[in-house]
Design a protein around this ligand. Structure first.
Ligand SMILES: [Zn+2]
Length: 243
């Protein structure tokens, strides 16, 4: 296949995905940059860990962009050399998934969404040069989830450069009224997803992972797999690629 520019590749995607505009199943001919934004260390892993493992298994680059470091004290420290427990957990989880962690500079439970934070977050997200971005569903109970979903969505509104998907976590406790349109088979990578979620050992994975795994089994029932992760594509954004 001839090499496509980004516009050309997405144009091809648009042409072949009329039935399901959110998902292009044919593999692209180049390495993609994928970013999963999450309110806290662990959210991208729970909502998208299997999909991340499948992307990285195909050679694509995945960044997990956390809004904060899971620290309510939010000390002014050197982010690059932060060895706080939850940062170490996030690094371990990313290593399992072959992803790269990046932290925005907000505080756990105290997310700020204002003009300055929109601009700062947009710069950080644009620095990752993403082709595809996943973020929380906008109707999540946790303020930090809604905050980063808004910050992420605002970046798309400003630049309209990437495909945008929404994901679910801890349905009922967090995500509400989620109605997915695209599914990824994560049956074969469940063990790695589980290990990445359990890497967040301080966050009660023995309670939260079984809940999320129930969601994966239910989404699997909907889509014909043993386990699946489900997403909602933002239809005005570019068509994406799901593994
Ligand atoms: Zn969270």
């Amino acid at each position: 296949m001839a090499s496509f520019t980004r516009r050309g590749w997405f144009g091809l995607a648009a042409a072949v995905t009329l039935a399901r505009p959110g998902a292009l199943r044919a593999a692209p001919d180049r390495k993609l940059n994928i970013v999963v934004t999450g309110g806290h260390p662990g959210d991208p892993e729970y909502g998208c860990g299997g999909t991340v493992a499948r992307y990285t298994g195909l050679g694509h680059a995945v960044t997990l962009l956390y809004l904060n470091r899971g620290d309510v004290r939010c000390p002014a420290i050197d982010y690059e050399h932060d060895n706080a427990p939850r940062v170490l957990e996030a690094r371990a989880a990313c290593e399992i998934l072959k992803a790269r962690p990046v932290f925005a500079d907000q505080c756990d439970g105290h997310a700020i969404v204002d003009a300055d934070r929109y601009d700062r977050f947009r710069r950080l997200l644009e620095q990752q040069n993403p082709d595809i971005v996943f973020t929380h569903w906008l109707i999540d109970n946790h303020r930090d989830h809604r905050a980063i979903a808004n910050l992420t969505y605002d970046t798309w509104v400003k630049n309209k450069k990437f495909a945008l998907y929404f994901y679910e976590v801890s349905d009922g406790e967090d995500t509400q009224m989620f109605s997915p349109g695209d599914y990824v088979d994560v049956t074969g990578v469940e063990e790695r997803k589980r290990a990445a979620c359990y890497a967040h050992a301080s966050q009660s994975p023995q309670r939260y992972y079984p809940l999320q795994d129930e969601v994966a089994k239910f989404r699997g029932l909907e889509s014909g797999f043993a386990r699946a992760e489900a997403f909602r594509h933002h239809s005005p954004s570019a068509p994406g690629f799901l593994p």
